[in-house]
Design a protein around this ligand. Structure first.
Ligand code: UTP
Length: 293
C-alpha cells in the first residue's frame, strides 16, 4: 500500500447547533477567525501537507461554502482598479482550481462516520486524510504535514491525539495506547465518548486523521454508535487488529472552534498573533482585566 496522501475529506455537513442562531443561515465553517473563515485555515493546513484533491461533504444550507472557493472576477477587478494588490493576492489564494475540489452531499446528519462514507466513491484503494475544520491548529509545521511524515514510517491508520483534562474525556474519542510518552504510539483500543470514570486514558482523538481505505469498507453497513450517530471511531477501531492504528501527539496548539469558548479563545490568540492587531488588542485585554469586567 502506498503511503503518500494526496486526498483529503472535509466533513462540513453537521448542523452546528452549538452556534445557533448564527448557524441558522451561516455555515459554521464560514465563521471567521480574525478575517479568514475556519475553512481557509483547514485548506491552508492541507495544502502545506501536500494535499492535491479536496473533497467536501456538505449539506443543505452550505452554499456559502461552495461560493467561497469560486473566482470572484468583479471583486478582483475592483481591487485591481483601486491598486489594493495585497488584498488581491490574498483573495486569489482562496480560489481553488477547477477539478481540485469536489462536493458530495450528505442528505441527513447521521454522524461523522456517515459523512466520511458519503465520499467513498472518490477514494480508491489509497490512504486519505480527514480534516475537521472546527479544530483549528496553530503549529510551526502544519499538523497534517507532521502526521504524513510519521505515517510514512507506520502505515496503517493514524489519528491526531492530545491530552485532555480527565473531566473532559466524555466529550472525545479516547485512546488506549502502548506507550504514554512517545510521539507515535500503537493504539490497543479506542472508545467514543466514554462515560465519566470509564475512559482508558486521557488521550483524546482530535479532528485530523490519515485512514486506510479499509476504514471506508468498515464504514459501509456500520450501525449507529455513541449518541445514535454513525461514528468514525468505530470503523477505525476495526483496524486495530488489522493493519494497525497509531495515535500521533502533534506539536501545536489546538482550538476547539466548534464550541463557543474555544472559538473565543482562538479569536484572541489569532488576533494577538497578528502584527497589525497585536498592540491594540493586548491593550484592550489588559484594560478589561484591570477594570475586572
Ligand atoms: P460536530 O460533532 O461538531 O457536530 O461535528 P456539528 O453538527 O458540526 O455541531 P454541533 O455539535 O451541532 O454544534 C464534527 C464535524 O463533523 C461534521 C461537522 O460538520 C463537523 O465538521 N459532521 C458531523 C458531518 O459532516 N456530518 C454529520 O452528520 C455530523
Amino acid at each position: 500500500m502506498k503511503r503518500t496522501v494526496t486526498k483529503a475529506i472535509f466533513p462540513v455537513a453537521g448542523l452546528g447547533t452549538r452556534f445557533l442562531p448564527a448557524t441558522k443561515s451561516v455555515p459554521k465553517e464560514i465563521m471567521t477567525l480574525v478575517d479568514r473563515p475556519l475553512i481557509q485555515y483547514a485548506i491552508d493546513e492541507a495544502r502545506a501537507a501536500g494535499i492535491k484533491e479536496f473533497i467536501f461533504v456538505t449539506s443543505r444550507g452550505k452554499s456559502a461554502l461552495e461560493d467561497y472557493f469560486d473566482d470572484s472576477p468583479i471583486l478582483e477587478q475592483e481591487l485591481r482598479k483601486k491598486k489594493k494588490l495585497d488584498l488581491l493576492e490574498e483573495l486569489k489564494r482562496t480560489t481553488m482550481d477547477s477539478g481540485q475540489i469536489a462536493y458530495i452531499r450528505q442528505h441527513r446528519a447521521k454522524g461523522l462516520g456517515h459523512a466520511v462514507a458519503c465520499a467513498r466513491r472518490m477514494i480508491h484503494n489509497e490512504p486519505f486524510a480527514v480534516i475537521l475544520p472546527d479544530d483549528v491548529i496553530a503549529a510551526e509545521t502544519s499538523c497534517l504535514a507532521q502526521m504524513i511524515e510519521a505515517y510514512a514510517e507506520t502505515g496503517g491508520s493514524m489519528v491526531a491525539a492530545m491530552e485532555v483534562a480527565p473531566d473532559r474525556t466524555s466529550s472525545y474519542g479516547i485512546l488506549d495506547v502502548d506507550s504514554t510518552d512517545s510521539q507515535t504510539s500503537r493504539v490497543r483500543g479506542m472508545v467514543e465518548k466514554p462515560e465519566a470514570g470509564t475512559a482508558p486514558s486521557n488521550l483524546a482523538v482530535i479532528g485530523r486523521y490519515i485512514l486506510s481505505p479499509k476504514v471506508m469498507k468498515h464504514l459501509t453497513g456500520l450501525g449507529a454508535g455513541a449518541g445514535g450517530e454513525i461514528q468514525l471511531t468505530d470503523a477505525i477501531a476495526r483496524e486495530i487488529d488489522g493493519d494497525g492504528v497509531y495515535g500521533f501527539r502533534f506539536e501545536g496548539q489546538r482550538y476547539d472552534c466548534g464550541s463557543k469558548a474555544g472559538f473565543l479563545q482562538a479569536t484572541v490568540a489569532f488576533g494577538l498573533a497578528r502584527p497589525d492587531l497585536r498592540d491594540e488588542l493586548s491593550a484592550f485585554l489588559s484594560d478589561l482585566s484591570l477594570s475586572g469586567t
